[in-house]
Design a protein around this ligand. Structure first.
Ligand code: UTP
Length: 265
């Protein structure tokens, strides 16, 4: 089991697909039923063993430091023994740039990355990934989900080297960003959980703006190589769009009610 000392949460994006809600509140503080998205991500980072959580954010995202302060003030709470630091991304220049902004705050060794708006309910995905990450043979382990063929154009798609293993590993030659369905090398999509070896930092420094004129994390990962996908067992919701957020809210509410009913029996 790999110990991830540092987990990075990039949260400096605009959240434009969730407007007008995100004109009033940061996307990461939007509640899934009764729990802010950020809370799920912090819990998942702690489950993966994080000693330090780096929040990559920017000044005009109010509410986030205040939320962290409230959690810290709770004795015996989630953040006991965990350091939370803030790294600034002055402008949203892309996910790769956001991760690079955390470089100065990362502890030595591989880092975890969680995109809080990619919510995974069920087994904590990053901890599952720590269980299969092998630093000797992998530079990048990325959460993988099978998607509908019609949806491949919305994702980075794995170009697999072979079949998925029984443990859910999918060694890959690379990732193809948003392919047309007829060009997609598989239906395995990369979603928002990564374990990255510390070799990623120098590659990110060299990565130039790509698709959408943004510095793309997938471009740096492709340049680094040593890529594996991992089929996590939880259920993922894209809470960066309204329908995904709503579906997650319904599922989480149902799960919570079922758990409460079982506890009352
Ligand atoms: P998204 O592209 O899904 O988020 O980035 P966004 O930019 O907030 O949303 P839209 O597209 O405007 O609706 C995925 C994750 O990466 C972070 C986002 O905050 C989100 O958690 N991100 C993205 C950054 O931190 N910085 C960036 O420059 C880009």
């Amino acid at each position: 089991m790999t110990q991830l000392d540092t987990v990075i949460l990039p949260i400096a994006g605009n959240g434009s697909r969730m407007r007008p809600a995100t004109d009033a509140i940061a996307k990461e503080l939007l509640p899934i039923y009764d729990t802010p998205l950020l809370q799920f991500a912090l819990e998942e980072a702690v489950d993966a063993g994080a000693r330090r959580i780096v929040l990559v954010t920017r000044d005009d995202k109010p509410g986030i430091p205040e939320y962290i302060d409230k959690l810290r003030a709770r004795p015996g709470g989630l953040l006991d023994g965990v350091e939370v630091v803030f790294a600034d991304q002055p402008e949203p220049l892309g996910l790769g740039h956001a991760v690079l902004c955390a470089r100065g705050d990362a502890l030595p060794g591989a880092v975890g990355v969680i995109l809080p708006d990619d919510l995974i309910l069920g087994a904590p995905a990053l901890a599952e990934m720590c269980g299969v990450y092998d630093p000797a043979s992998m530079s990048c382990l990325i959460a993988a989900q099978k998607v509908d063929p019609a949806e491949v154009g919305s994702y980075g798609i794995f170009d697999p080297e072979g079949a998925e293993s029984l443990s859910g590993l999918l060694p890959a030659r690379g990732l193809i960003e948003k392919p047309a369905p007829e060009d997609a090398p598989s239906h395995y999509a990369a979603v928002g959980r990564y374990i990255l070896s510390d070799a990623i930092w120098d590659v990110l420094e060299q990565t130039r703006p790509g698709a959408g004129d943004e510095i793309q994390l997938t471009d740096a990962i492709a340049a680094l190589g040593g890529i594996s996908g991992f089929r996590f067992s939880g259920c993922r919701f894209d809470c960066g769009n309204k329908e995904g957020w709503f579906a997650a809210t319904e599922r989480f509410r149902r799960t919570k009610f079922e758990a409460e009913a079982m506890a009352a029996e």
